[in-house]
Design a binder for this molecule. Sequence first.
Ligand code: HEC
Length: 148
Amino acid sequence: MGSRSGFLVVAALALASAACSSGRHSASAFHLPPDGDVERGKTAFVALGCNECHEVSGADLPRPTVQPPVPVTLGGVLDTRLSDAYLVTSIVYPSYDLAPHPKAQIANGGQSRMPHDYAGRMTVRQLTDIVAFLQSRYIVPRLPESYR
Ligand code: HEC
């Protein structure tokens, strides 16, 4: 093995172990408790008014009312699963990383149009259940082996 490919193997191993690590210094150490409940999450989603701006793919919820409409439908088909960490950040710190949509429709003065005070208005129970509810509405198709 040449030194260049040796280096690549070492780099790949280092990356793989960083991705799998759940140590104290790793972003992947973030985990919600496993008892998030989809039905309670759906109830909390409506109780907190999330449905006033968001449609959720495949969920039977009161329709959004906000004007101008927010073009960010939650759930639906994705290439890769969203992490719980991304969803939690999107809810408690919406302007950290804006959803991939035209800024003019989702932000005002660079800040997300989403309320920024949910951290003080929801319990960790509600947050955990809402994440379980949203995760249940995302579909990541499993391609047959030959397409991967
Ligand atoms: C006033 C309208 C409004 C309300 C109410 C609202 N959102 Fe949002 N939300 C937005 C906008 C606009 C965005 C896109 C900008 C951003 O990423 O913050 C967004 C983005 C998101 C995203 C990121 C989606 C992606 O594909 O990246 C999630 C998840 C989300 N909202 C969940 C919620 C939840 C859960 C609630 C209720 C607790 C809620 N939202 C309430 C307007 C709203």
